[in-house]
Design a protein around this ligand. Structure first.
Ligand SMILES: *Cc1c(COP(=O)(O)O)cnc(C)c1O
Length: 349
């Protein structure tokens, strides 16, 4: 059975979290002499002399409204990458525990595991980039604390079959992390709708992709209140700057504008798919629920270098497991996509 207490690292259970001046005093006051800030102000907006809200409640209120989830089920990180690192530090004892990843997938799970000295068990996806459930089951042992799934997956672009993900959620009692960085480009529903059903579920999303705010560094984790509380204890107190919090609040008002951009991006994705299929260098284009295409080509490295010479940079994934000959192409603007296709028409070996 799932028991959160058995998953938390012993030192984190015992941890007395850092208590900031802003944590200790939450009432009304007009003179703040508690945090060693500069009382005279700042060269920027005058309130930037103050430490930001450690729990980012205004941002969470907006996210709560957009996603239809309670603010208490939201954790914010300095990008999803910080959410991933915090999860390792909450649940995985260095040198003892392990996690499972399902390559080819996002590289940060492995890097974060290595930084935290956590063993990694890699269970390859099947040739159609779906979960190999028997192999995952065989890889799980008593010290397997987390399984990282990514749907839609990077770099393959496809969504994982919902029934397969549910099979893991139902039968594995460690933490199941589902990274939904690209969910806004997909027709598949988000697993955030099932948080109540699965106490072992953590869903990651981000403002970096569909929301167009990669520079702001705001990532989201959605989970049970208990998991969120542990993550809040472990994170650096002021992990989201005041500027990022203010801009995130402003951006989260613009759901309509973002949905319009998503529609255009998805149209461009399908236009680019058709255009690339006309080229002799294209062997196969995998289905994509994301804002990129994984394209199997005849001469990946040569095409990559040729395009670089023309100032166009793609991601060469041709040396990645199951991705022989593949380039990962982010969907650009209409004009960028046209320039890409035009450049490719001039390629010859
Ligand atoms: C881009 C991406 C992220 C985003 O990371 P941030 O730190 O939020 O910018 C997370 N997961 C996957 C799979 C991604 O491709």
């Amino acid at each position: 059975m799932f028991d959160l207490n058995n998953l938390i690292r012993e030192n984190i259970k015992q941890l007395v979290p850092y208590s900031s001046a802003r944590d200790e005093f939450k009432g009304e006051a007009s003179i703040f002499l508690d945090a060693n800030e500069n009382s005279y102000g700042s060269p920027l907006k005058k309130w930037y002399n103050r430490y930001p809200d450690p729990l980012q409640l205004k941002v969470k209120e907006k996210i709560s409204a957009v996603k239809g989830l309670p603010a208490s089920s939201i954790f914010l990180g300095n990008g999803s990458d910080e959410c991933i690192d915090v999860l390792f530090r909450c649940f995985c004892t260095p040198g003892v525990d392990n996690v499972i990843t399902v390559p080819p997938t996002y590289g940060m799970y492995e890097v974060s595991a290595n930084i935290n000295d956590i063993a990694l068990k890699k269970v390859a996806l099947t040739s159609d980039f779906q979960l190999d459930l028997p192999a995952i089951e065989a890889a799980i042992d008593a010290n397997t604390k987390m399984i990282f799934l990514c749907s839609p997956n990077n770099p393959t672009g496809n969504s994982l079959n919902i029934a397969d993900v549910e099979a893991i959620l139902n039968n594995y009692f460690g933490i199941v992390v589902i990274d939904e960085a690209y969910i806004n480009f997909s027709k598949q529903r988000s697993f955030t709708l099932q948080l109540d059903e699965y106490p072992n579920l953590v869903v990651l999303q981000t403002l970096s992709k569909a929301w167009g705010l990669a520079a702001l560094r705001v990532g989201m984790a959605f989970a049970s209140n208990d998991i969120i509380s542990i993550m809040n204890k472990v994170k650096p107190p002021y992990n989201i700057s005041q500027a990022a919090q203010e801009l995130a609040v402003e951006a989260l008002e613009e759901v309509g504008q973002v949905n319009d951009m998503i529609k255009v991006l998805v149209q461009q994705r399908e236009w680019l798919r058709e255009a690339l299929l006309q080229l002799s260098v294209t062997e196969h284009i995998y289905p994509s629920d994301a804002n990129f295409l994984l394209v199997k080509t005849t001469h990946a490295r040569e095409i990559y270098n040729y395009l670089l010479g023309k100032g166009i940079v793609l991601r060469d994934r041709s040396k990645t497991l199951l991705c022989d000959g593949c380039l990962r192409i982010t969907i650009g603007t209409e004009s960028e996509n046209k320039q890409l296709v035009k450049a490719l028409q001039g390629f010859s070996i």
